[in-house]
Design a protein around this ligand. Structure first.
Ligand SMILES: NC(=O)c1ccc[n+]([C@@H]2O[C@H](COP(=O)([O-])OP(=O)(O)OC[C@H]3O[C@@H](n4cnc5c(N)ncnc54)[C@H](O)[C@@H]3O)[C@@H](O)[C@H]2O)c1
Length: 397
C-alpha cells in the first residue's frame, strides 16, 4: 500500500481555468494513485460569488473568500493555483512566493516580459517549485515526436511550422473582455495563443534565438461584456457602447533557433472555422512529423527512404507518454482535460520531490521574452534577439 500524503490546495480565481485546475487535482488521485498524494481542495478566492460557489458545488472546496491573502495564509493550504486574468498574475504570484507557497499559474505569465521576469526572479530566489499552463506539451503524440527527434530518427530538424488559429473571437459581436485590453491582457494572440506555440516549438527543437514579426488588429471595437460568465463564454451587452480592441488579432513570426532550425509561427483568434486548430509540422534531414491538437491522439510521421515517401498515421496508445494512465487502448483518446491532469501531476510530483518537473516559471519567462521580441519587431520591422533562457527551464530538460 502506498503511503499517502494530504496536500491542501487553494484556488485563486474560479473561471474556466480555475474549474479545470480543480478537476485536474481531483483526477490525479484517480489516474496516479501510486503518486501517493491526495489533493484536498480547501478554499477558493474569487470576487465573483457565483464563480466561487460553483467551485464549491462542483469540486467540494470547503470555504470561499474574496481575499487571496486568506488563501495564502490558510493553515491547511500547501499549494495554490493562480487562474486569474493576466494583469493579476504578477501580484498574486509574488504574494504566493512571500507566503512560501508553490504555485501553478496560467499562461501567459503576467501582461508582458517585465512581469514574467519579476515572477521568475522571485521564484528562483525562493527555490519554490511551480507549474505553468503549457498543456499542449503533455500530449502523448507530442512526446512521441520529441523522442524521435532526440533519438536522431528524424535527423537534423531544418524547419518547423507552428500555428494556433482559433475562432473564439471571430464574431465582431463577441464582447470586449479583459483579453482585448492591453493593461489587463498584455498582447493579444502573441501572449494568449503563441505563448503555447513558442513553448511547444522549443520543447521539440530547443531555444529560439531571434524573431521578426508582423501583427494586425482586424476588429477594432467590440461591445462591452455583461457581468458573469467564464472564459470565452462571457456574453456581450448589446445596449452598451462599443469599446476599442487594444491588442492584436493576428500575428505572423519568423524565428531562428539556436540549433539552426528555421521556424514560422502564425496565430489568429478570428479565424472562422478554426476551432482549436493548433498544430505543427517539422521537417528533418531523415524524416518529418505533423501533429494537430484537434486530432491530438494521432501523429503523422514520414521517414525518408526506408518506408518510402508519404506520411504514415499512428494512433497513440498505452506506451506513448502518459496515455496508459487514461485509457487502456488506442482509439479511445485523451482529452484537453487529461492534459491538465498530467500538468497537475507534474506539479504535485515537483512539490513532493523538490525537483522542477512541470513546465516552470523560467519556461514562462522564455515564452514571454519571445512574445515581447516579436511585438518589438512588429513595431519597428527589424529582427530582435531573444534573451538567453535562465533559471530552472524544463523545455530543454
Ligand atoms: N492553458 C490554457 O490553455 C488556457 C486556456 C484558457 C485560459 N488560460 C489562461 O488562464 C487565465 C484565466 O483565464 P480564464 O479563461 O479562466 O478566465 P475567466 O475570465 O474565465 O476567469 C477569470 C476569473 O478570475 C476572477 N477574478 C477577477 N478578478 C479577480 C481578483 N481580484 N481576485 C481573484 N479572482 C479574480 C473572475 O471573477 C473569474 O472568475 C488567463 O491567464 C488565461 O490566459 C489558459
Amino acid at each position: 500500500m502506498t503511503t499517502r500524503r494530504r496536500l491542501g490546495i487553494g484556488l485563486i480565481s474560479a473561471g474556466w481555468m480555475g474549474m479545470l485546475h480543480s478537476k485536474a487535482y481531483l483526477a490525479v488521485r484517480e489516474n496516479y494513485p501510486d503518486l501517493g498524494i491526495d489533493p484536498d481542495l480547501v478554499i477558493v478566492a474569487d470576487p465573483s460569488e457565483a464563480n466561487a460557489n460553483t467551485a464549491v458545488e462542483r469540486f467540494g472546496y470547503r470555504e470561499t473568500t474574496d481575499d487571496i491573502q486568506r488563501v495564502l495564509t490558510h493553515p491547511d493550504v500547501d499549494a495554490v493555483s493562480i487562474c486569474a486574468p493576466n494583469f493579476l498574475h504578477r501580484d498574486f504570484a509574488l504574494a504566493a512566493v512571500a507566503a512560501g507557497k508553490p504555485f501553478w499559474i496560467e499562461k501567459p505569465m503576467g501582461t508582458g516580459v517585465e512581469q514574467s521576469r519579476q515572477i521568475a526572479d522571485a521564484v528562483e530566489a525562493s527555490g519554490l517549485v511551480t507549474s505553468v499552463g503549457f498543456n499542449y506539451r503533455h500530449a502523448p503524440a507530442v512526446g512521441h515526436v520529441r523522442r524521435l527527434i532526440r533519438e536522431g530518427t528524424l535527423g537534423e530538424i531544418r524547419s518547423i511550422r507552428v500555428w494556433l488559429n482559433a475562432d473564439y473571437s471571430a464574431s465582431p459581436e463577441g464582447p470586449r473582455t479583459w483579453r482585448f485590453v492591453k493593461e489587463q491582457a498584455g498582447s493579444g494572440v502573441l501572449g494568449d495563443l503563441l505563448s503555447h506555440g513558442f513553448d511547444l516549438a522549443q520543447y521539440l527543437v530547443g531555444p529560439i534565438r531571434g524573431v521578426t514579426s508582423a501583427t494586425r488588429t482586424f476588429i477594432s471595437e467590440r461591445p462591452a461584456p455583461l457581468a458573469g460568465g467564464q472564459g470565452h463564454g462571457v456574453r456581450a451587452d448589446p445596449d452598451a457602447p462599443a469599446l476599442p480592441v487594444e491588442n492584436e488579432d493576428y500575428a505572423a513570426v519568423i524565428a531562428r533557433f539556436g540549433s539552426g532550425t528555421m521556424g514560422t509561427f502564425e496565430s489568429s483568434r478570428i479565424a472562422i472555422g478554426a476551432r482549436c486548430d493548433y498544430g505543427f509540422e517539422l521537417f528533418g534531414s531523415l524524416g518529418s512529423a505533423k501533429w494537430n491538437f484537434e486530432r491530438m491522439n494521432e501523429v503523422d510521421v514520414c521517414l525518408a527512404g526506408e518506408r518510402g515517401y508519404g506520411f504514415t498515421r499512428t494512433m497513440t496508445e498505452p506506451g506513448f507518454g502518459e496515455f496508459g494512465r487514461f485509457q487502456p487502448g488506442g482509439g479511445m483518446g485523451l482529452s484537453f482535460d487529461d492534459l491538465k491532469t498530467i500538468e497537475a501531476k507534474l506539479f504535485l510530483e515537483s512539490i513532493a520531490t523538490g525537483r522542477q518537473l512541470a513546465p516552470s516559471v523560467a519556461d514562462g519567462l522564455v515564452a514571454a521574452g519571445i512574445a515581447s521580441a516579436a511585438a518589438a519587431s512588429a513595431s519597428d520591422g527589424t529582427w530582435h534577439q531573444v534573451p538567453e533562457p535562465t533559471g530552472r527551464t524544463t523545455f530543454d530538460a
